[in-house]
Design a protein around this ligand. Structure first.
Ligand code: BES
Ligand code: MN
Ligand code: ZN
Length: 492
């Protein structure tokens, strides 16, 4: 999608579709207030009819009476309900309408600064349009996705151009995450993800290190080795380093769970919806998408992405309930359920990240627990942290990006719930009680004192039955976390 900006010349703009926003119960199209309604008598009537209801779209053919072939009215809803997501959401609807009409291009008028800062407007317009036009079509014989170009009508400035550029890179990061997370498990194994990481590292000047099975074993990654041993598709630990900060500045470490398929292993999952466990790699894909965008944004910081990747399969070589393994931290873990595999591979990656890089902060993403869906549903991710300052920062980014999160507690009582009779810890809690927190308690044991935040994206990483429909989250992987963490990294 090519994106251009032009100074507003709204009533004279030659375009296939001139799109303006309308607030609920207003008869004015924002940015088109001065249009001569005698030219198109139906506009005023139509504005009244659609009532500016949130998300409603109305296309009016102008039959040659204005320079634009069509005028599109897009409802923003009530002014008091306006959020940081309204323009993104509604822009997505507009873009999908343009695609439906098979247009080659369309134009959006930026709403007045009295309603929303133009910088924020253009960012949301770009994100909404780009992300809403993504479609996973790789395996369709007939590809249908024609992507129209966009002109944004706004007073030109350096700042606006920069905001657009940033929003394009951020959206491309989220789209990249979706496009690899949507791949089926026969086509995306740990080695495939390692290849994607290698490709983006070459394009964008990052260091990429892939640690394979034998070396993992030798170096003491007992968790990744154990979970990965049941599959002929060997485990990989993928490490991406982006160094654009000063030499002695400590990096931010991002860790993402990438189980390319989670059968549950010997503690086999029931068959229903097991296909969805192709999305158990979403945490890792999020980290890869963030690293791609960070390097394209050329942020002046140091960031490391660590992605433990395995396939969790049952078989003659699989790890079993009852096994006691030694993690990278040196601590031992009793396996009581091979389906609680994510925390095991993450523990290795977290310990490695802390020891190797002494980071400023560690952030991990994982489709870790079904319990998180029970607790918070499919629109809000769960977070658990050992550091209030870091949590506060991530919360602020969440408010700005509307990638929603909710904090769950983690104190000593929860830590006790993962103590084992025969090893330093066990990989499940007590029954199903506080499943998301006991998983986090296991992770907490992998790091010493580094500020850390764990983001459980089990409910939000892909669209599920109860997922709120958003044009920029079409069916499949959502890329949750990419916009959230890029906002955080840009504001360090
Ligand atoms: N990948 C799953 C968690 C999951 C399940 C995410 C469903 C999204 C939808 C994870 O590896 C898992 O199986 N967790 C178990 C843990 C349990 C055995 C303690 C779970 O949540 O049931
Ligand atoms: Mn599992
Ligand atoms: Zn899993």
């Amino acid at each position: 999608m090519k994106i251009r900006i032009e100074n507003p010349n709204n009533s004279k703009k030659k375009t296939a579709m001139l799109c303006g926003f309308v607030l609920e119960d207003s008869d004015k199209v924002l940015g088109l207030e001065n249009i001569d309604f005698k030219i198109i008598p139906s506009i005023k009537q139509s504005t009244n009819d659609m009532g500016g209801v949130f998300g409603k779209i109305l296309v009016i053919p102008t039959t040659g009476r204005t320079a634009s072939q069509r005028i599109l009215l897009a409802g923003l809803g009530k002014k008091e309900n306006f959020t940081n997501d309204t323009i993104r959401f509604v822009s997505g609807k507009i873009a999908q309408k343009a695609r439906e009409l098979k247009l080659k291009e369309f134009s959006i008028i930026v709403p007045p600064s009295s309603l929303i800062e133009p910088i924020s407007s253009v960012s949301q317009i770009v994100e909404g349009c780009k992300m809403s036009l993504y479609k996973f079509e790789k395996y369709k014989s007939k590809k249908e996705n024609n992507i129209p170009d966009l002109t944004i009508l706004v007073s030109k400035s350096e700042k606006i151009s920069k905001a657009i550029k940033i929003a394009e890179i951020v959206s491309d990061g989220a789209i990249y995450t979706k496009s690899i997370a949507n791949l089926p498990p026969n086509e995306c194994i740990p080695a495939t993800l390692a290849n994607f990481a290698r490709i983006i590292s070459k394009k964008n000047n990052m260091k990429c290190n892939i640690i394979s099975k034998n070396e993992l074993k030798k170096k003491g990654f007992g968790g990744i080795t154990a979970v990965g041993q049941g599959s002929k598709n060997e485990p990989k630990l993928i490490i991406l380093e982006y160094n654009h900060g000063s030499r002695n500045e400590k990096p931010i470490v991002l860790v993402g769970k990438a189980v390319t398929f989670d059968t549950g292993g010997i503690s086999l999952k029931p068959g229903e919806k097991m296909d969805e466990m192709k999305f158990d790699k979403c945490g890792g894909c999020t980290v890869i998408g963030i690293m791609k965008a960070v390097s394209e944004l050329k942020l002046p910081i140091n960031v490391v992405g660590i992605i433990p990747s395995v396939e969790n399969m049952p078989g003659g070589e699989s790890y079993r309930p009852g096994d006691i393994i030694k993690l990278y931290s040196g601590k031992t873990a009793e396996i009581l359920n091979t389906d609680a595999e994510g925390r095991i591979i993450l523990a290795d990656a977290l310990s490695y990240g802390e020891k190797q890089y002494s980071p400023k902060a560690i952030i991990d993403f994982a489709t870790l627990t079904g319990a998180c869906i029970i607790a918070l549903g499919t629109n809000i991710a769960g977070i658990v942290s050992n550091n209030d300052k870091l949590t506060q920062k991530i919360m602020e980014s969440s408010k700005r990006t509307t990638e929603e999160i909710w904090e769950l507690p983690l104190n000593g009582d929860y830590m006790d719930m993962v103590k084992s009779d025969v090893a330093d810890m066990k990989n499940v809690g007590i029954g199903r009680a506080a499943g998301t927190i006991t998983a986090a308690a296991f992770l907490r044991n992998a790091i010493e004192n580094t500020p850390w935040i764990h983001i459980d994206i089990a409910g939000v990483a892909w669209t599920q039955v109860a997922t709120k429909e958003k044009p920029y989250n079409p069916k499949g992987a959502t890329g949750f976390g990419v916009r959230l963490i890029l906002d955080y990294l840009q504001n360090i």
